[in-house]
Design a protein around this ligand. Structure first.
Ligand SMILES: Nc1ncnc2c1ncn2[C@@H]1O[C@H](COP(=O)(O)OP(=O)(O)OP(=O)(O)O)[C@@H](O)[C@H]1O
Ligand SMILES: [Mg+2]
Length: 308
C-alpha cells in the first residue's frame, strides 16, 4: 500500500496539512513527480518555498529528510561517500600483527567492503528507513556547486544508483523522493534537467499569499494580513534590487504583530522595513514618502473594495 497521494487534489491537501499552500500547477508537478518517481527540479525567486516543499513532503509523508546543501567546492567525498582510511589502516595493521598472512587481494576485499564506507547524503538516500520507506532527498541550491559536480548526479537522478569502483553498484530498493532546487545564479546543465521534471515557483498571487500568512502568522489581525500582502505585492511591482519573497512577508507580518500593530501606518512601516528589505538602497528608496504612498494605495483599494 502506497502512502503517496492518489491525485492532484490529494497532493495539495497533503501539503496543506504540513502548512504549505501550493497552487494547482505546483501540486500537479509534485503529484506527477511522486507518481512517476522522477526527481523534481524547482527554480524560482528566493523565499518562495522551494526548500520548504521538500521539508513538508518529508514531514507529511513521515519519511526521513536527507539534505545535501550544495556549495562551491562540494565533491563526491562530501556528497556521496568516502572510504574510512583510518579504519582501513587499523584493519591492515591488526591483520599484520595477528600474523594472519592474508593475501593482498583478500585484504583488499576486506577493506573495500561496506563496513569501511562513510556514507554521505546521496548514498544515505538510497537506503530505506526503519519503516521500510525511501527518504526525501533534497539537493538544495544546486547552482552553488561547481558545474562538474552535476556529472556525479546523473547516475543517481537517472537510475537511483551509485557506482563505487572498488565495491560495485549500489542501487536504491525504492527510489528516494528527490527534490532539487536552484536560484539560477548559473544555469543547471541540460543533462540534469532532462532527468527531472521542472517547475518554476513564482511569487504567489495576493489570495494565496494571504492564505499562507493566515496559516503562518495566525496572531496577525486579518486586516493587517490583508494590508501586508497588498503592500508587499506593490513592492514586487517596483524595480527593487532584491524583491521580498514569501519568507519576508511572513517575517514582516510577525514583526508588526509583535508590535501590536493592527493596521499599517508610516512610522511602523519605516521602523520595521529591515524585516522585509535587506539592502540599504532598497530601504532608502522605500522609507518615507514612497512607503506612505503605498500605504495610501493599499488603504484606498480597501475602501474601494468595501464600497464596491
Ligand atoms: N507556498 C507556501 N506555503 C507555505 N509557506 C511558504 C510557502 N512559500 C514559502 N513559504 C514560507 O517561506 C519560507 C521560505 O521558504 P523557502 O526557504 O522554502 O524558500 P526558498 O524558495 O527555498 O528560498 P531560497 O531560494 O532563498 O532558499 C518558508 O519557511 C515557508 O514558511
Ligand atoms: Mg531554499
Amino acid at each position: 500500500m502506497s502512502d503517496l497521494p492518489a491525485s492532484v487534489t490529494e497532493t495539495a491537501a497533503l501539503l496543506a496539512r504540513g502548512g504549505y499552500i501550493a497552487g494547482e500547477a505546483l501540486a500537479t508537478s509534485t503529484f506527477l513527480a511522486l507518481k512517476l518517481k522522477r526527481p523534481l527540479l524547482l527554480e524560482g525567486e528566493p523565499g518562495t518555498g522551494k526548500t520548504e516543499l521538500a521539508k513538508v513532503l518529508a514531514e507529511t509523508l513521515g519519511r526521513p529528510l536527507v539534505r545535501l546543501q550544495c556549495y562551491e567546492g562540494l565533491d563526491l567525498a562530501s556528497a556521496a561517500y568516502e572510504w574510512n582510511y583510518s579504519r582501513q589502516l587499523i584493519h591492515i595493521r591488526a591483520a599484520e600483527a595477528a600474523g594472519e598472512g592474508l593475501s593482498t587481494s583478500a585484504l583488499e576485499r576486506d577493506i573495500y567492503s561496506g563496513d569501511y564506507l562513510l556514507k554521505r547524503p546521496l548514498l544515505q538516500a538510497l537506503e530505506l528507513s526503519a519503516e521500510g520507506r525511501s527518504p526525501v532527498l533534497l539537493i538544495d541550491e544546486l547552482d552553488r556547486a561547481d558545474e562538474p559536480f552535476e556529472a556525479f548526479l546523473l547516475e543517481i537522478l537517472g537510475d537511483y544508483q551509485i557506482t563505487i569502483p572498488e565495491l560495485g553498484v549500489i542501487a536504491a530498493k525504492e527510489p528516494p523522493i528527490t527534490i532539487l532546487t536552484s536560484n539560477r545564479t548559473r544555469e543547471v546543465h541540460d543533462a540534469v534537467r532532462r532527468r527531472c521534471f521542472y517547475h518554476w515557483i513564482d511569487f504567489p498571487t495576493a489570495g494565496r499569499e494571504r492564505e499562507i500568512l493566515s496559516l503562518k502568522v495566525p496572531e496577525a489581525a486579518a486586516e493587517l494580513t490583508r494590508q501586508v500582502v497588498a503592500f508587499v505585492q506593490g513592492l514586487r511591482r517596483m524595480d527593487l534590487y532584491k524583491t521580498p519573497g514569501v519568507a519576508e512577508s511572513i517575517n514582516w507580518a510577525q514583526a508588526l504583530a509583535s508590535l501590536d500593530c493592527v493596521a499599517l501606518d508610516p512610522a511602523k512601516v519605516d521602523s520595521t522595513l529591515g524585516t522585509l528589505l535587506k539592502y540599504q538602497d532598497d530601504i532608502a528608496r522605500i522609507q518615507g514618502s514612497e512607503a506612505a504612498r503605498l500605504i495610501e494605495e493599499v488603504k484606498g483599494k480597501a475602501r474601494a473594495d468595501a464600497a464596491g
